[in-house]
Design a protein around this ligand. Structure first.
Ligand code: ATP
Length: 447
């Protein structure tokens, strides 16, 4: 199935309705950096909480961690990022454009966008040069004598260097995992597609330490677990697939790798949202060599000392947020109405606002009753109170931001102590007693 390209409409909806704004917009914006607005921060937080609950809280063999962004510079030598985290770049002397040498077929000449860089007669491309994707900065008071350090390009290294700290303090036995959510930074050359590829983003990573002989088995286990997690977010089955890395795509140390891909629609199509990797003993062995600390595990019952292998699951919080938004966006006609509606059909458990409370009119004490219901519900979930404009307009506002339920206080409410609850997707309306509203919503919102 060919899913439509909704990106442009989504970018506009996200700005208009408080999901996502361009960073430093009043100064013309910062390239490929985005700010999450009041609704966006709730949606992303709900996704991160879902991951944390699934990966850490519900398992006794995975521990959480929150390592710092700034790390010892030697970490990035050991990990291979100083030498190897590079993209080959070419510059065009005519248009001053800069392109990834390995992605020229996807790029457009800045002077003649119908052609690829190098194809137009005026193009003057340089030889490819290696460009490191890490952001550099300085630590210490005086720039000249201060140490050069890096903003981390992935969260994983914070986990590897804390392997012994976590294992020993928590008395974990192999197999066990360490998980964290945190910011990562990459000076991407060809960022774009809204929050798909940005220069500052959040990763949710888990490194699972296993006996070398059991790595393939655990790899299969995590691969299935992770796909199941994406399905449970409500991502459409036919928009999800695995992509197995071919021998040419595999990192030199990797034993096996699969990406979870989501179909973003239009020309973007299927793209990686998560990577699941069997990294062998590469990381712990490298840090052992560079730090001089033995990052090993002693298996007491078998009297065996070894360097565990790592099965890694690495997913971008922003990329998943984009997948969830793209998956949820739909335009449809409404029976009996001329104007159609835009709906974000978000899973109710992920929606930023769970219910909107409306008085049908501003008369007969309806606003006061609606305020009381809203205040009561607000103690349990995020809700919105709205009394401005026609009821149709208010419904459409909520549909557009993905609010699953609208609760309306009307002329009868005061006498029969009940309200109408409208379902975003089916448009069905239930009459519910005011004392039952919270329970009604709770039942429908549980994941
Ligand atoms: P890509 O090939 O798309 O650059 P990658 O293979 O370099 O990604 P990993 O290093 O495996 O990505 O990172 C794991 C996850 O982190 C990715 O699946 C993606 O969800 C997220 N991610 C990586 N780079 C970015 C970025 N620049 N912006 C947003 N998310 C990112």
């Amino acid at each position: 199935m060919n899913y439509p390209d909704v990106m442009e409409k989504l970018v506009s909806l996200c700005k208009r309705r408080g999901y996502i704004f361009q960073s430093s917009e009043i100064y013309g914006g910062t390239g490929s950096v985005w700010d999450y607005g009041p609704l966006g921060v709730e949606l992303k937080k709900n996704i991160k909480d879902r991951w944390w609950n699934a990966m850490v809280r519900s398992r006794d063999n995975v521990e959480g961690l929150d390592a710092a962004i700034l790390m010892h510079p030697r970490v990035w030598e050991a990990s291979g990022h100083v030498a190897g985290f590079v993209d080959p770049l070419v510059d065009c002397k005519t248009c001053k454009g800069r392109f990834r040498a390995d992605k020229l077929e996807d790029a457009h000449c800045l002077r003649k966008p119908s052609k690829r860089p190098g194809e137009f007669s005026e193009c003057q491309l340089t030889e490819p040069r290696q460009f490191n994707l890490m952001f550099k900065t300085f630590m210490g008071a005086v720039e000249e004598s201060a140490a050069t350090i890096y903003l981390r390009p992935e969260t994983a290294q914070g986990i590897f260097v804390n392997f012994l700290n976590v294992q020993q303090s928590m008395r974990q036995k192999v197999p066990f995992g360490i998980a964290q959510i945190g910011k990562a930074f990459r000076n991407e050359i060809t960022p774009g597609n809204f929050i798909f590829r940005t220069r500052e983003f959040e990763q949710m990573e888990m490194q699972f330490f296993v006996e070398p002989e059991k790595a393939a088995e655990w790899f299969g286990y995590w691969k299935e677990q992770r796909m199941e997690w994406h399905r449970a977010l409500g991502l459409t089955e036919s928009r999800l697939q695995f992509h197995q890395h071919s021998p040419e795509e595999l990192a030199h140390y990797a034993k096996a790798a699969f990406d979870v891909e989501f179909d973003f629609g239009g020309t973007l199509g299927f793209q990686e949202i998560e990577g699941i990797h069997n990294r062998g003993d590469f990381d712990l062995a490298q840090h052992t060599e560079f730090s001089g600390r033995k990052l090993e595990y002693f298996d007491q019952p078998n009297n065996r000392r070894y360097t565990p292998w790592v099965v890694e699951t690495s997913v971008g919080a922003d990329r998943v947020t984009l997948a969830v938004l793209v998956n949820a966006y739909r335009e449809e006609s409404v029976p009996g109405e001329e104007e159609g509606r835009v709906v974000l059909g978000l899973d109710p458990a992920l929606a930023p606002v769970k219910a909107a409370i409306f008085p049908l009119t501003k008369k007969d004490g309806q606003p006061a009753m609606a305020h009381t219901i809203a205040a009561d519900l607000r103690r349990q979930f995020p809700v919105d109170y709205d009394e401005s404009g026609s009821i149709g307009k208010r419904y459409r506002r909520q549909d557009e931001i993905g609010t699953p339920f609208c609760v309306t206080v009307d002329g009868e409410s005061a006498s029969d102590n009940s309200v109408t609850i409208r379902d975003r997707d089916t448009l069905a309306q239930d009459r519910v007693s005011t004392t039952e509203v919270a329970r009604y919503l709770r039942d429908k919102l549980s994941p």
